[in-house]
Design a protein around this ligand. Structure first.
Ligand code: FAD
Length: 278
């Protein structure tokens, strides 16, 4: 059972609860990126269990005709155990999703995993010719080069500021510098990408920048935001743009919830208010 402190950000324990949340979003023209919570497994059993659940989930999404896709984490699919484990679980999920016509996003975790994640993405994206997407983090100094490389790889790219706390030699820490980098990356993507752009941000300034780029270049894009964050804005934006909500579910909510609280104090206030008001 998800405790009241986290249920603003997490759709429930089970796939059925997550898909019920997705159905309500779809009624308001918001699509969903469903994520089973879980990360940094050092044993094969939870990796196999989550991978199997994702394969069932893509069948359920297709069967229920919901506007939804999935997003997986490399360390949930065994990257901490070995790159081969991650690649084989990812490939099996992507193949199952392709059979059902469901799109698969790959989240980006801390900077030590970037190379392995990008390499695995590129392999499955080239095998499938699309149908998969990768996330890149504007706070990493390497990302400009990665984004240039990804222009020639099939699939979509989600741009985020970065939720982890990388060391200064590899990352920018200053918020204004990260915003500037985010804008530069978007500019490149809108000018060079044709596979699809995900703008994963709640920041009105970044969203405005993206919509202006869209008007200037005509390049299609989608807005992606998290469950529980600026939901009214999500519904409003959906009148004009394609909006996807990232919908996490499952019992392993603690690390995800911690990242939301660390990136914004207000998220803790919302959560505590939910506890106090029952
Ligand atoms: P911030 O810089 O946090 O905030 C800027 C402005 O946005 C604020 O001043 C405010 O105006 C507005 N805002 C932000 N939060 C709120 C709020 N709660 N209420 C009201 N206004 C708010 N990170 C990764 O490292 N890897 C991933 O794979 C990844 N996937 C993501 C997927 C999606 C769909 C999204 C939306 C984010 C993802 N992130 C991921 C997280 C991301 O890196 C950021 O940590 C997170 O989105 C916060 O940055 P921001 O751009 O939203 O704005």
């Amino acid at each position: 059972m998800i405790p009241p402190i986290a249920n603003r950000f997490v759709a429930g324990d089970s796939p059925a609860e997550a898909l019920e949340h997705v159905r309500r979003l779809n009624e308001r023209d918001v699509k969903a990126i469903v994520n089973l919570l879980g990360e940094h497994y050092d044993e094969r059993d939870p990796v196999a269990a989550d991978a199997a659940e994702y394969r069932r989930l893509v069948a359920d999404i297709a069967g229920s005709r919901l506007e939804a896709c999935i997003s997986v984490k490399p360390s949930q699919l065994g990257l901490d155990i070995g790159e081969d484990v991650f690649r084989s679980e990812l490939t099996a999920i992507v193949n199952a999703a392709a059979e059902h016509g469901v799109f698969v996003w790959i989240d980006m975790e801390d900077h030590t995993t970037t190379d392995a994640t990008l390499d695995a993405f590129e392999t499955v994206a080239r095998e499938q010719g699309g149908g998969v997407g990768i996330c890149v983090q504007a706070n990493l100094k390497r990302t400009r080069a990665d984004v240039r490389h990804l222009a020639d790889v099939p699939g979509k790219v989600r741009f985020v500021k970065g939720a982890y706390d990388p060391p200064a030699d590899v990352a920018y820490a200053d918020g204004a510098r990260i915003d500037q980098e985010y804008r530069t990356l978007l500019e490149y993507a809108f000018e060079h990408y044709d596979g699809g752009i995900g703008v994963g941000s709640h920041d009105p300034a970044m969203l405005e920048y993206a919509t202006a780029l869209h008007e200037r270049t005509g390049t299609a894009f989608e807005i992606q935001m998290l469950m529980g964050v600026r939901e009214d804005a999500q519904y409003e934006l959906a009148d004009e743009y394609e909006v996807w909500q990232y919908v996490p579910y499952g019992e392993r909510w603690k690390s995800y919830f911690y990242r939301r609280v660390m990136e914004r104090r207000e998220n803790l206030r919302f959560a505590l208010r939910a506890v106090l008001t029952g």
